[in-house]
Design a protein around this ligand. Structure first.
Ligand SMILES: [Zn+2]
Length: 199
């Protein structure tokens, strides 16, 4: 099994990549990965206080029930990360972000399924999860959605969170990243298509 330190390094690498590419902003978000019976997650304040500039010492390690084993306060959205790992045995990474473009689709409730994008088949649809307050309320709504989800670990899974942001789930952090990136590209294609076709 991979070492905890390795997962922490990968999480920092993915966070930097997300931030650098505008998929993660200082308005919020949280990233986690499961390793064995532990979860590594970004701390509370990672976005607005730390501006995503973290070292491995800033990351928080939890058990699968959310008890802190290492570090200070975990992200406020820890409950829904735990819900993902409890419901989907093959999911080992969760990225929640307020990616600006996907946030627009999430706010307007526009689906991103009808698209010409070449890798569309890997993301057949991007469901919208109804709005719920951050924390336990949102975790409960996500839990209900995941109960009926068949997670295919060949592909990641992406959801829009109504009037809030986006949730990407993967078998590992790289897959969760590329799934989010693909969803963002699909949204961009769809937006441009609509603009160009407009008379
Ligand atoms: Zn959020």
């Amino acid at each position: 099994m991979r070492e905890l330190d390795e997962v922490k390094e990968e999480l920092l690498f993915i966070t930097n990549l997300l931030f650098k590419n505008g998929l993660l902003t200082t308005t919020g978000g949280n990233i986690s990965s499961r390793i064995g019976n532990k979860i590594v997650i970004t701390p509370s304040g990672a976005s607005n206080a730390l501006l995503w500039q973290m070292t491995s010492k800033d990351l928080v390690v939890l058990d699968l029930e959310g008890k802190v084993l290492e570090g200070d306060s975990p992200s406020i959205e820890t409950p829904f990360h735990i819900v993902v790992y409890h419901n989907l045995a093959e999911a080992n990474a969760v990225i929640h972000s307020h990616s600006p473009l996907l946030c627009v689709f999430a706010k307007l409730g526009i689906g991103i399924s009808e698209n010409m994008y070449v890798r569309e088949a890997t993301l057949k649809d991007i469901p919208i999860i109804p709005f719920a307050k951050p924390g336990k309320e949102l975790a409960d709504v996500i839990s209900n959605v995941l109960k009926n989800l068949e997670f295919d670990s060949k592909f990641g899974k992406l959801f829009l969170l109504e009037s809030h942001g986006v949730l990407s789930i993967g078998k590992n952090l790289r897959q969760a990243y590329s799934t989010l990136d693909l969803g963002n590209q699909m949204a961009l294609t769809k937006m441009l298509e609509k603009l160009l076709l407009k008379k």
